[in-house]
Design a protein around this ligand. Sequence first.
Ligand code: DC
Length: 222
Amino acid sequence: MNPSKSVVIAIDGPSGAGKSTVARLVARRLDYLFLDTGAMYRAVTFALIRHGISSEDAGVARFLQRLRLHFSPDGERIFLQIDNDPEEDVSAEIRTKNVTDRVSEVAALASVRAKLTTEQRAIAEGRPVVAEGRDTATVVFPDASRKFFLTASLEARVKRRQAERPELANRPVAEVAADIQRRDEKDSRRALAPLRPAESSIQIDTTELQTAQVVERILSYL
Ligand code: DC
């Protein structure tokens, strides 16, 4: 397909920079679809774990052909289907620590990236989207109408993660910080579609900003 035909606002950045919250609100304001690309990587990771397939397994590509993903119309829930099994809402399961710990290695696989990139473009062909992830501005939608790269200090990102995820609230700050850093490093160093700002991305440091301020700043550029 020709990605330039899609209307896309692309928001990338490291974990905890506020992408999901901001992207969701911007999408709501514009009546665009909220496209959480990380949820797709998480759902594939969940499916591989459940089927006992490691990321080094030669069977990953074959397994991916049996797997289908789709979002609820508001983009908030993600459904997984393997073969002709009943479709399953895995929106909660994909947020568990087990999936979070493994998702970066799965997201580094060429077969996984190829499948999900194609699906993300197909979703954006249907209606305008606010896409958030790591490579939405660089690889998936290089012709996006507007590109943003959100950053924040590690301390702020840890605080946000702990506020968002009750299961992280009681874990030591140093542990949560180490997990975030490990994942960011893997996502930034991989050969394929690494986390980085696109040349034309507008960078916003959200450390000292409230969510509403980030949303307003993004809308002001549109
Ligand atoms: O945004 P998140 O934490 O839900 O993303 C989970 C993982 O998925 C993240 O560590 C890297 C991967 N990911 C990716 O490689 N490319 C994207 N566009 C989105 C997420």
